[in-house]
Write a protein that binds this ligand. Structure first.
Ligand SMILES: *Cc1c(COP(=O)(O)O)cnc(C)c1O
Length: 426
């Protein structure tokens, strides 16, 4: 917990900071390096923005030569503002409007069409702009669901992509649209085994070879294998590294690394999750027979999945004394309760911790992905200060929200008692 101790010593956690989130940028650089080493420097290592959309973190990744995968138009804006060039941005979303496609094509973004109707729209947009889209097609390999249904997207049914079973329609689309040049696959996020990831990518790789055999070599020349590399949240988790994943892919899909495809990866969780550490002060300790509860300042606002689906999502925790040093002593079972007025508000249930006292700090591990990114406005709590850690120094990546920020977020227009709104009366 050296980062926390140093942060406290450096005065980065102020009296008003009931919680702080750290993001270790040295670790982020190392993890991006692991991806680049495994998939080769020529591959575009796009970071899934939805895992962590903080602008300074995105700008840091842009500076390291990464790409960015955007799930919405505002995420495209975040990527552009962070300094990613259009050619390094991949725009994925299952609900892109004509307007969004027009913007994507005119900017020269990589677009992955989610379905064949979107391919038609892209053709229309490209023709009207006189510019060929840089586009791929997302295909669902239909290899099954992982351990976590809600983040698995490669079942026989999925709301994403064109089912691989529609092979002939996919081939026809490639035959009809000479500008369609990529295939995109994403199998799921966390909870998918290495075998499942490799089977999913393998099925789409076979499709790429078939399209190229039928329609001409290099018809499919961009292969986007998505994200989905899991991380360890429990001591017993033992996820594959990017090196192990790439080696397994090379065995199943030898042509993937031979230079005949421009490779794209879209990892989010793997890059960010272990970089994040959330630290909350313990405000109160409550003891009831059989139940010890520590009341924290982070709950279902930051840990949406953990609170609503506790059997699937969890994090390691460390108890620290107010100076940031790890506390010892005999361990008991503690409910770590959040600050919201909602009874499911337990970011961590049943943690085994030394005796907790008010003023202690609880450090929640591996929070760099899909936590702040999913911040909920329920109860209108202030998002905490977010600190970057780089070569032993701290940067405020985002200042703690003030109550006024929340007032601004919710502000609308007052309703005059006598009406006078904007719609026309019929
Ligand atoms: C969410 C998502 C990713 C990132 O998944 P991780 O599990 O965070 O690596 C990549 N690509 C697509 C299309 C996604 O929806």
């Amino acid at each position: 917990m050296e980062m926390v101790e140093k942060g406290i010593a450096a005065g980065m956690i102020r009296e008003a900071d009931t919680a702080v989130v750290f993001h270790d940028l040295d670790m982020l650089e190392r993890r991006l390096g692991e991806v680049t080493t495994a998939f080769g420097p020529a591959a575009l290592a796009a970071a899934a923005i939805k895992a962590n959309p903080l602008p300074p973190v995105l700008a840091f990744l842009a500076g390291l030569g990464a790409g960015a995968e955007a799930a919405s138009l505002p995420e495209v804006r975040l990527a552009l503002d962070a300094g990613f060039t259009a050619g390094r941005i991949v725009f994925d979303s299952p609900a892109k409007t004509f307007e969004e496609l027009r913007l994507a094509v005119s900017l020269g973004l990589n677009v992955n069409a989610d379905n064949l109707d979107e391919v038609e729209r892209l053709g229309t947009v490209g023709a009207s702009l006189g510019r060929a889209p840089r586009a791929g097609l997302r295909v669902n390999p239909q290899v099954g669901l992982g351990r976590i249904k809600a983040t698995s997207v490669a079942g026989v049914y999925s709301k994403f992509g064109v089912p691989l079973a529609d092979r002939e329609a996919i081939l026809a689309a490639f035959a009809r649209c000479p500008w369609l040049e990529g295939l995109h696959v994403h199998i799921g996020s966390q909870g998918c085994s290495l075998d499942m990831l490799v089977a999913g990518v393998g099925a789409i790789y076979d499709l790429a070879l078939e399209i190229n055999a039928r329609l001409g070599a290099r018809r499919v020349r961009r292969f986007d294998l998505g994200g989905g590399l899991p991380v360890a949240y429990r001591d017993t988790d033992d996820p594959p590294t990017p090196g192990v994943y790439a080696a397994a892919l090379a065995e199943r899909c030898p042509g993937l690394f031979s230079g005949q495809f421009d490779l794209v990866t879209e990892f989010g969780r793997f890059l960010h999750a272990p970089c994040g550490l959330a630290v909350s002060r313990v405000e109160y300790v409550k003891r009831q027979p059989g139940h010890n509860t520590a009341v924290l300042h982070l709950g279902a606002d930051m840990f949406v999945r953990e609170c609503y689906n506790p059997e699937l999502w969890t994090h390691g925790v460390t108890l620290l004394s107010p100076d940031g040093r790890e506390k010892g002593g005999e361990r008991g079972t503690w409910h770590l309760a959040g600050p919201l007025c909602f009874s499911g508000d337990f970011p961590i249930r049943q943690a085994r911790l030394p005796d907790v006292a008010p003023g202690d700090l609880v450090a929640i591990h591996d929070v760099g992905a899909y936590t702040l990114a999913m911040w909920s406005r329920y109860n209108s709590r202030q998002m905490p200060r977010i600190l970057g850690y780089r070569q032993g120094r701290f940067n405020v990546l985002r200042e703690r929200e003030e109550p006024e920020d929340l007032v601004r977020f919710w502000r609308g227009r007052p309703v005059a008692p006598g009406g006078g709104g904007q719609g026309r009366e019929e």
